[in-house]
Write a protein that binds this ligand. Structure first.
Ligand SMILES: [Zn+2]
Length: 338
């Protein structure tokens, strides 16, 4: 079967494989599901299959020009459209020039010409209407895949002309399988990813494969930073100088890679609260850090930890729509400092 290298989403695999094997591809698909669930990974695999000149039993042949170019990421017959940097929308001009005009140029090396629209829910109404014209009479070689968190912002007329494919959150065992796969891959290339407790991994991933990838990126930098973070957070609660600046640089809101740091600060604080309330035998999310967290519980006390947890949680939830995330984070750190 196709998609065999990808973990989970069995229903999606079955439907897409059946379409490829029966050569009954629709000209448009909508992949929906939360960020990080693996829509782009599946879309690229699906595109590769559709473009292959000689698929064998629903698998890419790996030898044709389309497959070889696809392997190196250089197949001009695959186009990816996404909101421009710093723009929150995909406008009508982008859809016209990158899809509507391009669609009439036949594929050069491949069986299909594929357009993947990332964050398709960011297309404004006129962009969607422009796309609709292409949806109505596309050349036979066209395959358009729209990726979106939610189908709600899409016009009914767009939705009704495409096949909807819904992605579901992965199970914990699929998440663990993915982590092991990335760890083995990393070991083969000579680097060792730091260990992460499986219950912590699954709690953070929350069914999203992308989050596992995020944790394993750059040799597991985020997992390593977690140890430094627990020390600095203890220092902050104890009112030590320099702790705030150190935490700010670990959180790194500027690079938008702050989810795990916030998740960690909340889980440390919650664990310390539990220890403060129920003693050190209570079950916590970060058992490997029990010693530090017990000290944090003793030195900070239940009520201060509880207030800190509320502050961190509120700050995190508002961060994505905050115009000055660094300032908001700094203010939160000042409020929770000892
Ligand atoms: Zn091929």
């Amino acid at each position: 079967m196709a998609f065999e290298k990808l973990i989970g989403q069995e229903d999606v695999k079955r439907r897409l494989s059946a379409a490829v094997e029966s050569e009954m591809l629709s000209h448009a698909y909508i992949f929906s599901g939360p960020d990080g669930i693996g829509k782009m990974t599946f879309a690229l695999e699906f595109a590769g299959l559709a473009m292959c000149g000689a698929p064998v039993n629903g698998r890419k042949c790996g030898r044709c020009r389309a497959c070889q170019l696809g392997e190196s990421g250089n197949n001009v017959d695959l186009r990816i459209i996404s909101p421009e940097e710093k723009k929150t929308q995909i406008g009508v001009e982008a859809v016209r020039t990158q899809i509507c005009d391009e669609v009439f140029k036949a594929p050069v090396f491949s069986r299909k010409k594929v357009f993947i629209v990332d964050r398709a829910d960011k297309m404004n109404e006129s962009a969607q209407n422009a796309l609709l014209k292409t949806f109505e009479e596309p050349p036979a070689y066209t395959l358009i895949i729209l990726l979106c968190d939610s189908v709600l912002p899409l016009l009914e007329t767009v939705k009704s002309r495409a096949v909807g494919i819904e992605f579901r959150r992965n199970t914990d065992s699929e998440i663990i399988q993915k982590y092991r796969e990335l760890r083995d891959e990393s070991a083969r290339s000579g680097s060792v990813l730091p260990e992460i407790d499986t219950s912590l991994l699954c709690a953070y991933a929350d069914g999203l494969m992308g989050r596992v990838g995020e944790l394993c990126a750059d040799g597991g930098e985020l997992i390593r930073a977690r140890i430094e973070l627990v020390e600095k957070l203890s220092d902050l609660y104890a009112g030590k100088n320099g702790a705030k600046a150190a935490i700010s640089s670990i959180i790194d809101v500027r690079n938008k890679n702050y989810d795990f740091a916030f998740f960690s600060m909340m889980s440390f604080t919650r664990d310390a609260m539990l220890i403060a309330r129920f003693g050190s035998k209570t079950e916590i999310m970060n058992p490997d850090l029990k010693e530090q967290l017990s000290a944090m519980a003793r030195d900070t006390g239940y009520y201060r930890l509880k207030n800190a947890l509320t502050e961190i949680d509120t700050c995190y939830r508002n961060l994505a729509r905050n115009a000055m995330p660094e300032l908001a984070t700094d203010n939160m750190l000042i409020r929770i400092a000892g």
